[in-house]
Design a protein around this ligand. Structure first.
Ligand code: GLN
Length: 272
């Protein structure tokens, strides 16, 4: 069977379990062929499909996220290695990088801190954006840090990225021009899609009854981690802007709301 035919059949099989069946099928086919999706679409559709496609498709049919099957996820300008136990980067989080780009422009921040870096997502996107910047990524998951270190190496950013195990900014003495943070913020009672709740790490998603537990711990620490003129870009849930702004204002910080591409509140830009 040609790749084209195999893809059409796969789209039908994935239609019930995925919002993006064609994209999923193309990414899995490209992965099976060991090529990029563009090459698949431009020049391989009429070739024989590989036998290795079917087992990948079965995993997807069982609900496993595409990024865990391929082990890769694109974010901003970088491609990250991801895997079970680590939150899959979401396009919504690119809102934080956009906010930082608007603030710093081409000159960029000199130093970047990513709190809860996961596979290095926000830190490595920022370091790729600004070739002079250096940064620190902190996470409390060893698994995440192993991936983050590998990602930095593969992207040629290892010389400018440090990673360390830690609990938010606890014990960090330096100050940073830019702080990036996508903490867990989902309410404990929220019903997430099975693809998220059954596969992704709950410790990267849930944050107490209102989803605010980690903001309560972060708010008192942000001010002393920022340089003069520095900003923190912190991701929030769409309904949390008022509550999180109040927590920050109680610490003497000023927060400005920014929306994602879908027009939902997504990021607070914080100044000391
Ligand atoms: N936006 C993610 C989701 O709804 C949540 C990510 C997070 O808690 N930081 O799946």
């Amino acid at each position: 069977m040609t790749c084209r035919k195999a893809l059409s059949a796969a789209v039908r099989r994935l239609a019930d379990i995925s919002d993006t069946p064609r994209l999923d099928a193309e990414l899995l086919m490209a992965h099976a062929l060991g090529i990029g999706r563009e090459s698949l679409l431009l020049s391989r559709l009429d070739n024989q499909g590989p036998e290795t496609f079917e087992p990948l498709l079965r995993r997807r049919e069982a609900g496993e996220p595409v990024a865990y099957i391929t082990g890769r996820r694109a974010f901003w300008t970088v491609e990250l290695e991801v895997g079970p136990g680590v939150l899959i980067p979401r396009p919504d989080s690119e809102t934080l990088i956009e906010a930082a780009v608007d603030h710093f422009g081409k000159a960029g921040p000199r130093t970047v801190l990513d709190l809860g870096t996961g596979p290095g997502t926000l830190l490595l996107a920022a370091l790729d954006q600004w070739p002079e910047a250096r940064g620190l990524g902190i996470d409390r998951s060893e698994k995440a840090l192993a991936l983050a270190g590998r990602n930095a190496g593969r992207l040629g950013l290892a010389g400018r990225a440090r990673f360390r195990l830690g609990d938010w900014g606890e014990g960090v003495e330096e100050r940073f021009d830019l702080i990036l943070c996508n903490p867990p913020y989902v309410e404990d009672s929220a019903e997430l899609p099975g693809e998220v709740s059954e596969w992704e790490p709950s410790e990267a998603l849930f944050a107490g009854p209102e989803g605010l537990d980690d903001y309560r711990r972060l708010a008192p620490r942000i001010g002393r981690l920022l340089t003069e003129g520095g900003i923190a870009c912190v991701e929030i849930g769409a309904a949390q802007a008022t509550a999180v702004t109040a927590l920050l204002e109680a610490e003497g910080l000023k927060a400005t709301l920014r929306q994602d591409l879908g027009g939902r509140p997504r990021c607070l830009v914080i100044e000391a």
